[in-house]
Design a protein around this ligand. Structure first.
Ligand SMILES: NC(=O)c1ccc[n+]([C@@H]2O[C@H](COP(=O)([O-])OP(=O)(O)OC[C@H]3O[C@@H](n4cnc5c(N)ncnc54)[C@H](OP(=O)(O)O)[C@@H]3O)[C@@H](O)[C@H]2O)c1
Length: 469
C-alpha cells in the first residue's frame, strides 16, 4: 500500500521530465496551473500552450503578455531573477491553434511531435458564457473536446488526460449529486434522449437558415437557440448544457471506445474535474489574484457602486457555492470601508434585500419597477414622446436585470449537494512529506478554509484590485 500513498514530494517528482499540453492557458484557471507547475517543478520538460492566434509570433506574444508576464508569475520571476526569460523560453512553447478545428488547427509535423512526446493533456479551454451563441459553445465545449480526445488517441505515451468541466454540468438537481460519468443520451428531463450529433446537425441547419441575416440577428438567433435547447433537455443555460455534452463526447471517445489508446485505457488516466464557482487565489502565489468578473462578483460591484441591490437568494452563510454567504461578507467590507466620493464625502452603502423565491423577487420587480415603467410609457404616449429616451433607457435596464435573473437565478437557489468521494479518497491518500510547507502547497481541503476571513480579507479586496481596479 505504501506505493499508493501520495505526498507533496511525489506530486512534485511526477512532473519532472514530463511534457504537458495545456489549453485555456490565457484564461483564469489555465494560467494558475501553468504558474504552479513551473513554480513547484522547474525540471518539467516542456509545457505546450495552445492559444488562439493567427501565427506563431502572435501566439508567442499572447503567452508572454497574458500568461508569463502577468503579476501571477511574480514569485517564479523572483526565483529565477535574470534567468527568468531563458527559463520560460526553455520550458514554455506557445502553439498557435484553435480547438474547434480538426487537429487543433496544427500542422501535421507539429501534431506528430506532440503525439510522440506528450505525457499529459489538460483541457481547460472553454467558452464560459452562460448565454453564449449555441454554435460557438458547441464548437468549443463539445467539438473542442472531441479534437483533444483524437489527439490523445494518437499519443504514444500519454499518461493522463485531464478535462476541466463544471460541477453544474449535472444540472440543478436536489440532494446528493454523485460523481458519475455522463453517458451519451442522458438528459436531465426524464424520458428525453440527448443526441449530441443531432444537436450539431441542428446548429448547422440553423446556421444555414440565418446566414443571410445581419450579424446582430444571427447572434441573437444562436443565443436564443442555445438557451431553448438547454431548457428543452432540462439544463438552465447554454454553458452548462454544452459542458455536459462535452463530457459525453469524452466518455464516448476515451472511456467506452472499443479501441482506446493503450496508455490511457480505463478511468485511471482519464480525469474529469468539476469545480464549482472558482473565486480568487487564497494563498499562493498572489492572494486575491483573479481574472475576469465571475458570477458572484457582479453583486460586489453593485454594492461598491452603492447601487440599490435586490437579489433573489437567501442571506447568510450557506453552501460555499452559494451567493449569499459571500454577499454577507461583501456588505461588511463596504460598511467598514465605504467608498469615498471625489470631494472626500463618504458614499453610504445601501441595504441589500434578499428574496426567498424567484416568484417573490418577480412580484417585487413588477410592483416597484414594471408598473411605474408602464405608467411612464402611457404618459410618454400622451405627451407625444416627450419621455421616449428616458423610457427606453429604463426599459432596457429592466429587461437586462430580468435577463440576468433568468440566467443566473437558478444558481442562487441551488439545492444540490456535490458528492466529493473521489476527492476525499485522494485526501486520505495524502501523507506528510519531509517539508510541511510543500504539504500546504497541495492542500485541497475546503474544510480547512476560514471562508469568512477568506472572502472578507482576500477575495473582496482581490476583486477590487484585480477586477474593478
Ligand atoms: N472559473 C470558474 O468559476 C469555473 C468554474 C467551474 C468550471 N470552470 C471550467 O474551468 C475551465 C477554465 O475556466 P476559466 O474560468 O479559466 O475560463 P476563462 O477565463 O474564460 O478562459 C477560457 C480559456 O479558454 C480559451 N479558449 C476559448 N475558446 C478556445 C478555442 N476555440 N481554442 C483554444 N482556446 C480557447 C480562452 O482563450 P482566449 O484567451 O483566446 O479567449 C481562455 O484561455 C473551463 O473549462 C470552465 O468550464 C471554471
Amino acid at each position: 500500500m505504501a506505493s499508493d500513498r501520495l505526498d507533496a514530494e511525489r506530486i512534485i517528482e511526477y512532473f519532472k521530465g514530463k511534457s504537458i499540453l495545456i489549453t485555456g492557458a490565457t484564461g483564469f484557471l489555465g494560467k494558475i496551473l501553468v504558474e504552479k507547475i513551473l513554480r513547484v517543478q522547474p525540471d518539467v520538460k516542456k509545457i505546450y500552450l495552445l492559444v488562439r492566434a493567427i501565427d506563431q509570433a502572435s501566439a508567442n506574444q499572447r503567452v508572454q503578455s497574458e500568461v508569463t508576464e502577468t503579476e501571477l508569475f511574480s514569485v517564479v520571476k523572483e526565483k529565477h531573477g535574470k534567468g527568468f526569460s531563458r527559463f520560460i523560453e526553455e520550458k514554455v512553447v506557445a502553439l498557435a491553434g484553435d480547438i474547434i478545428y480538426d487537429d487543433l488547427g496544427l500542422d501535421p509535423p507539429l501534431l506528430q511531435h506532440l503525439a510522440d512526446n506528450l505525457d499529459v493533456i489538460v483541457n481547460g479551454a472553454a467558452t464560459t458564457n452562460f448565454y453564449g451563441r449555441y454554435d460557438v459553445s458547441l464548437d468549443v465545449n463539445v467539438l473542442g473536446v472531441k479534437h483533444l480526445c483524437q489527439l490523445a488517441k494518437k499519443c504514444r505515451g500519454l499518461k493522463v488526460f485531464l478535462h476541466v468541466s463544471t460541477a453544474y454540468a449535472g444540472g440543478e438537481q436536489e440532494g446528493l449529486i454523485q460523481e458519475r460519468a455522463f453517458e451519451e443520451g442522458w438528459a436531465l428531463r426524464e424520458g428525453m434522449h440527448l443526441d449530441v450529433d443531432a444537436e450539431l446537425r441542428l446548429v448547422a441547419d440553423v446556421r444555414r437558415e440565418v446566414e443571410d441575416d445581419d450579424d446582430k440577428a444571427r447572434r441573437k438567433a444562436m443565443k436564443e437557440l442555445g438557451l431553448a435547447r438547454a431548457r428543452h433537455f432540462g439544463w438552465s443555460n447554454t454553458y452548462v448544457f454544452t459542458k455536459a455534452m462535452g463530457e459525453m463526447v469524452l466518455s464516448r471517445m476515451l472511456l467506452q471506445s472499443s479501441s482506446p489508446a493503450p496508455a490511457i485505457t480505463g478511468a485511471g488516466g482519464v480525469v474529469v474535474v468539476r469545480p464549482s464557482i472558482i473565486t480568487s487565489i487564497q494563498r499562493d502565489p498572489v492572494p486575491g489574484w483573479m481574472q475576469g468578473t465571475r458570477t458572484i462578483d457582479t453583486a460586489h460591484h453593485r454594492v461598491r457602486e452603492a447601487e440599490p441591490v435586490v437579489l433573489p437568494g437567501r442571506p447568510g452563510p450557506g453552501r460555499w457555492t452559494s451567493i449569499p454567504g459571500d454577499m454577507v461578507a461583501g456588505r461588511r467590507h463596504f460598511t467598514e470601508k465605504p467608498r469615498v466620493g471625489k470631494r472626500g464625502e463618504v458614499i453610504p452603502t445601501k441595504e441589500m434585500h434578499f428574496f426567498k423565491t424567484i416568484a417573490s423577487f418577480q412580484v417585487y420587480m413588477l410592483v416597484k419597477y414594471r408598473l411605474p415603467l408602464e405608467i411612464l410609457h402611457l404618459v410618454n404616449l400622451l405627451l407625444c414622446g416627450l419621455f421616449s429616451r428616458l423610457y427606453s433607457n429604463l426599459a432596457r435596464q429592466y429587461r437586462y436585470v430580468m435577463h440576468l435573473v433568468d440566467v443566473y437565478g437558478p444558481f442562487a437557489f441551488f439545492k444540490g449537494c456535490f458528492d466529493d468521494i473521489n476527492l476525499e479518497r485522494l485526501r486520505q491518500r495524502m501523507g506528510k512529506s519531509r517539508n510541511p510547507q510543500d504539504d500546504e502547497m497541495f492542500n485541497f481541503d475546503p474544510k480547512t478554509i476560514d471562508w469568512e476571513d477568506y472572502f472578507y480579507r482576500i477575495h473582496i479586496p482581490g476583486v477590487l484590485k484585480y477586477i474593478l481596479k
